[in-house]
Design a protein around this ligand. Structure first.
Ligand code: PLP
Length: 470
C-alpha cells in the first residue's frame, strides 16, 4: 500500500522546474538527481528562480530558526567582513568570537565554562571526543587507558570519519566500516515507539535501558570509557524522538558511577529548537561537553560549537593548558558575528516564547491532520521539532522497504505546486529499527497562520487549503 496518493500532474510539473545535476559541475550527493534552484529566502518562505514560493517547514535540516532575509544579520556579517574577515586564532581573537562565547557560557545556567567555535556539527563532534580524551590524560593522576566511547544504535553524530565512528547510523557507516575507529560501541536508543514493550512503564523501560548501558560499561571495562554520547532529542537518525522521563538522569548516574563524561549532541535539537535554549534543560541534567550547530547561526553562516563544562576546562587549565586541536577557520569572525546576531534576535524578540506558545498548535494539528492515516505509525517531538514516522502496517509497525524511498516521496509530494511546503526526509529501515520519517521544524518566528501550512498538505492527495500567494 502506498502511504499517499501522489499527485501525478503536480509531480510532473515539479520535475519540469528542476535543474538536472547530470550536467552540473557540482559533485552533488546524487549525481543523477535534479534540484530546485533557490533564488531567495523571505521570512518563513523560500522563493525559487521561477518565482514560486515554498513554505520552509523544516529550515533545511532544522537549521533555519529566525527565517530568511534578516537585515540585522546581513548587516552584522557585512560589517564583520569589512572590519575583520579572517582571524588566525593562534595569535588573535575578535570581539565577535569573545562576545559569542561569553553569551554561550552565560546562557548555560552556570554549567559551561568555555565555548569552542568551529564550522560544522561534524567538526564539533570531532573536537568534543578529543576534548574528552584529553581530559583524562590531564587528570591528576591521569587515566590514559580511557579511550573508549559508548553511543547509541541508529544515532547520527556527523559525517567525518571520527564523528561517523561515534554514531550508530548503519547506512551511513556501511561503506566506510573498515576505516572507522574501533573504540566505539553502541547501546539501544531510548525510542518509546519501537523500543518499549507493550504495557512497560516508563520507569521499567528506563531501568532496562540503564541496565543495558551499565552492562556495556562492564563489558568494555568501566575504567576504559571516556564518555557516553547521546542526542537529547534524536533528530535526523530517528525523526525527533525525545527520551522518556527520567532516562537522561539515569544514564547520567551510570556515567558518574564509572567516572565517565556525558557528551550531549545538540547540533540539531539545541539552541532553542525544542522550546528551551538547550534540550537538556528539560531533562534535569547538564552534560560535561555539549555540541551545538544548526540553530546557532540559523543558516546565515557555517558555524557550530563545543561547550565545555567546568570539570573539563579546569582540568585542562591545571594540566597542559593546551587543547591539542585546531582548524584554519575556527572561530571565523563572519560566523561568530552572524551567530551572535541570531542569538540576540532570539532573545530580544522572545522567540522561545513563540516556540512554546505555538508548539501545541503544531503538534495537535499534525495529529489531527494525519494521525489517523493508516500509514502514519507515530508522531513525536518537542517544541518546533516534530517527526512523523510512516509504516507499511500500523498494527505491527512494519516499516516500508528502504528502496521505496517513502519519506523522500512524501517530501516531494508536499513540495508540489499545489502545496509548496518543505519538510525534511529521513529513514529507510536499513536495520528494522525505524521506519521512514519526515521532520517538521519551522522557524521560531513563524506566524500563527503559517504554522498551519504543513497540516494543510494532509496525506490524501487533492488540493491543499494553502493558497499559492501566501
Ligand atoms: N550531530 C547531529 C545530531 C546532527 O544532526 C548532525 C547533522 O545533521 C551532525 C552532528 C553533523 O553536523 P554537520 O552536518 O553540520 O557536520
Amino acid at each position: 500500500m502506498v502511504p499517499v496518493q501522489l499527485n501525478e500532474s503536480a509531480n510532473a510539473a515539479l520535475d519540469r522546474e528542476k535543474t538536472s545535476a547530470a550536467d552540473s559541475a557540482v559533485l552533488h550527493r546524487h549525481l543523477d538527481a535534479s534540484f530546485l534552484s533557490l533564488a531567495k529566502g523571505e521570512g518563513s518562505y523560500l522563493v525559487l528562480e521561477d518565482g514560486r514560493k515554498i513554505f520552509d517547514g523544516s529550515g533545511g535540516a532544522a537549521v533555519g530558526c529566525i527565517g530568511w532575509g534578516n537585515q540585522r544579520v546581513a548587516e552584522a556579517v557585512t560589517r564583520q567582513i569589512l572590519d575583520v574577515p579572517y582571524c588566525p586564532t593562534i595569535f588573535y581573537t575578535t570581539k565577535a568570537q569573545e562576545d559569542l562565547c561569553r553569551t554561550l557560557v552565560e546562557t548555560s545556567n552556570g554549567h559551561m565554562a568555555r565555548a569552542y567555535i568551529v564550522n560544522s556539527g561534524s567538526e564539533a563532534m570531532e573536537a568534543a571526543v578529543k576534548l574528552a580524551r584529553q581530559y583524562y590524560l590531564e587528570l591528576d593522576p591521569p587515566q590514559p587507558q580511557r579511550a573508549q566511547f559508548i553511543s547509541r544504535k541508529q544515532s547520527y553524530h556527523g559525517i567525518t570519519l571520527g564523528a561517523l565512528a561515534i554514531g550508530g547510523h548503519a547506512a551511513r557507516r556501511a561503506k566506510f566500516e573498515p576505516m572507522l575507529m574501533k573504540n566505539v560501541t553502541q547501546v539501544s536508543p531510548c525510542f518509546e515507539y519501537r523500543g518499549k514493550t507493550p504495557g512497560e512503564s516508563d520507569e521499567a523501560y528506563v531501568e532496562r535501558l540503564t541496565k543495558e548501558l551499565d552492562d556495556e560499561f562492564q563489558r568494555v571495562g568501566p575504567d576504559t570509557v571516556c564518555a557516553f554520547v547521546a542526542e537529547p532529542v534524536v533528530g535526523a537518525a530517528l525523526g525527533c524522538v525525545p527520551a522518556v522521563p527520567g532516562y537522561f538522569k539515569a544514564v547520567r548516574a551510570v556515567c558518574e558511577n564509572y567516572g565517565a563524561l556525558l557528551i550531549l549532541d545538540e547540533v540539531m535539537c539545541g539552541m532553542g529548537r525544542t522550546g528551551t535554549l538547550h534540550a537538556w534543560e528539560q531533562e534535569g541534567v547538564a552534560p560535561d561537553i555539549q555540541t551545538i550547530g544548526k540553530g546557532l547561526g540559523g543558516g546565515y553562516q557555517s558555524i557550530a560549537g563545543v561547550l565545555a563544562g567546568h570539570r573539563v576546562v579546569d582540568t585542562l587549565a591545571k594540566g597542559s593548558s593546551v587543547f591539542v586541536h585546531g582548524h584554519t577557520y575556527q572561530g571565523h569572525p563572519a560566523g561568530c558575528a552572524a551567530a551572535l546576531e541570531v542569538q540576540k534576535i532570539i532573545q530580544e524578540e522572545g522567540l522561545l516564547n513563540n516556540v512554546q506558545e505555538l508548539a501545541p498548535i503544531l503538534s495537535n494539528g499534525l495529529v489531527e491532520a494525519v494521525g489517523g492515516h493508516p500509514n502514519v505509525g507515530n508522531i513525536r517531538g518537542r517544541g518546533f521539532f516534530w517527526g512523523i514516522e510512516f509504516v507499511a502496517d500500523k498494527e505491527t509497525a512494519t516499516p516500508f522497504p528502504p528502496e521505496d524511498h517513502v519519506a523522500m516521496d512524501i517530501c516531494e509530494f508536499a513540495l508540489t505546486k499545489d502545496y509548496g511546503v518543505g519538510v525534511y526526509p529521513g529513514g529507510g529501515s536499513v536495520d528494522g529499527i525505524r521506519g521512514d520519517h519526515i521532520i517538521i521544524s519551522p522557524p521560531y518566528n513563524v506566524s500563527r497562520d503559517d504554522i498551519q501550512r504543513p497540516m494543510a498538505v494532509g496525506l490524501s492527495g487533492g488540493r491543499a487549503a494553502a493558497d499559492e500567494e501566501a
